[in-house]
Design a protein around this ligand. Structure first.
Ligand SMILES: [Ca+2]
Ligand SMILES: [Ca+2]
Ligand SMILES: [Ca+2]
Length: 322
C-alpha cells in the first residue's frame, strides 16, 4: 500500500525532477485540478466582515490560481446549486489560470445544495479524464457544507451520518463521498491509495460560522431537505476527508483574521503583505517536504522550492504599506 508520506515524497521527487529539467516532456506528469465552487444561496451569508462566503471562496481560489505550478496544470471549473453542477470549463478546453479566474469572478449566487451529488460527479470527471496516464488529480472544493439537495437516485445520496468521521454510518452521504474519493466507488470503503485505486487529493475550503443551521435565517428554500447535518459534523468530515486523501483542509469563519481568510498569493506569513518575511520563510524551508496546508507551499505540491519562491517574488510588495 502506498501511504501518504510515500505519496508526498514521490510528488516532491517529481517537483525536483521538473526543477532540474530531468523530464524531456512533462506531459506524463500534468496536474489535473477540478475546482468545484458552491454557489448556493447559503454562500451569500457574511463570512469575514464585508465579504460573503462566496467572495472569500473566490479570493482563495484565485490565490491558488496565481501560485507558480511545479508541473503543468489542466483546469476544470464547475459550480453547483439547485439540481446539479454546471461545467463552466472542462479539461479538454485547456484554459489558462487567468481564463479560469475570469470565470470564477463571474459566478453569482444560486439556489439549494446538491453537494454530495456534485462532489461525486466531479470525482468521476477527474478519474475519467486521461485515465491511463499518470497525473496528479486534485479536487478543490470550496463550500459551506450543508448538503440538502442530492436526489435519492444519485450514487452518493444518503441520510446524514449520525456519528462523525471517521465512524461514518454505512450508506450515509458522507460515507459515500469518502468512498468515492478514495476508491472511485461510492459503496466501496477500502483505504485511500489502495493498489488499483485512483489517487486523488481533496482540498476543501470550508466557509462557515458557529451558528446552528436552525438558528440562522435560511438563505435557501429547501422544499424537502435531504441530508442536513451540522457545521461541526461537516467540519470533522471535510477535514478528515482532506487528510485521508493527502489534501488540505482550511476553515474560515467570521472571526478568521481577514489576511488569513483570503491570503494574497505569496503571503506565507498570512499578515496581508508580501515582503522579506515571506521570502525568509520560504528560504528557511527550501527543499523540504511539508505537510499539506503549509503556508509556504503555495502550489500545494508538497515541497517548498523555487516555484514557491517565485510566487513570493512575483507578488513582492503586494498589500504592503509603503
Ligand atoms: Ca448551501
Ligand atoms: Ca507576509
Ligand atoms: Ca510547493
Amino acid at each position: 500500500m502506498k501511504n501518504v508520506s510515500q505519496r508526498v515524497v514521490s510528488r516532491a521527487a517529481i517537483g525536483l525532477a521538473c526543477a532540474v529539467g530531468l523530464f524531456s516532456s512533462a506531459a506524463s506528469a500534468d496536474e489535473h485540478v477540478l475546482i468545484l465552487l458552491d454557489r448556493t444561496g447559503s454562500m451569500g451569508a457574511t463570512s469575514v466582515p464585508g465579504k460573503t462566503r462566496l467572495d472569500v471562496a473566490k479570493e482563495r481560489i484565485k490565490t491558488f490560481l496565481k501560485s507558480a505550478p511545479s508541473q503543468p496544470r489542466r483546469y476544470a471549473f464547475w459550480t453547483f446549486d439547485d439540481a446539479t453542477y454546471s461545467s463552466i470549463i472542462n479539461f479538454s478546453q485547456n484554459r489558462s489560470a487567468a481564463q479560469v479566474e475570469l470565470e470564477v469572478d463571474a459566478v453569482t449566487l444560486g439556489g439549494v445544495t446538491p453537494l454530495a451529488h456534485s462532489a461525486c460527479a466531479a470525482i468521476d470527471e477527474l478519474i475519467n479524464y486521461l485515465p491511463s496516464e499518470f497525473h496528479t488529480k486534485r479536487l478543490y472544493l470550496a463550500t459551506d457544507g450543508e448538503e440538502n439537495n442530492t436526489l435519492s437516485t444519485d450514487q452518493c445520496y444518503g441520510p446524514p451520518s449520525a456519528t462523525n468521521y471517521p465512524n461514518l454510518d454505512v450508506g450515509s452521504w458522507q460515507w459515500k463521498v469518502r468512498n468515492k474519493a478514495c476508491t472511485g466507488d461510492a459503496n466501496s470503503p477500502a483505504l485511500c491509495g489502495s493498489p488499483g485505486m485512483p489517487t486523488l487529493l481533496v482540498d476543501i475550503d470550508h466557509l462557515f460560522d458557529n451558528i446552528s443551521f436552525a438558528a440562522r435565517p435560511s438563505l435557501e428554500r429547501t422544499r424537502t431537505p435531504r441530508g442536513f447535518a451540522s457545521f461541526a459534523s461537516d467540519a470533522t468530515f471535510f477535514s478528515g476527508l482532506s487528510s485521508e486523501t493527502g489534501g488540505r483542509y482550511v476553515s474560515v469563519t467570521p472571526s478568521t483574521p481577514p489576511a488569513q481568510a483570503a491570503p494574497r498569493p505569496g503571503d506565507a506569513s498570512l499578515d496581508g503583505c508580501v515582503n522579506v518575511l515571506d521570502r525568509s520563510l520560504v528560504l528557511s524551508q527550501f527543499g523540504q517536504t511539508v505537510a499539506p496546508g503549509a503556508s509556504t507551499d503555495f502550489n500545494r505540491d508538497g515541497i517548498v522550492n523555487i516555484y514557491d519562491y517565485n510566487t513570493v517574488l512575483q507578488n513582492y510588495g503586494s498589500g504592503c504599506t509603503p
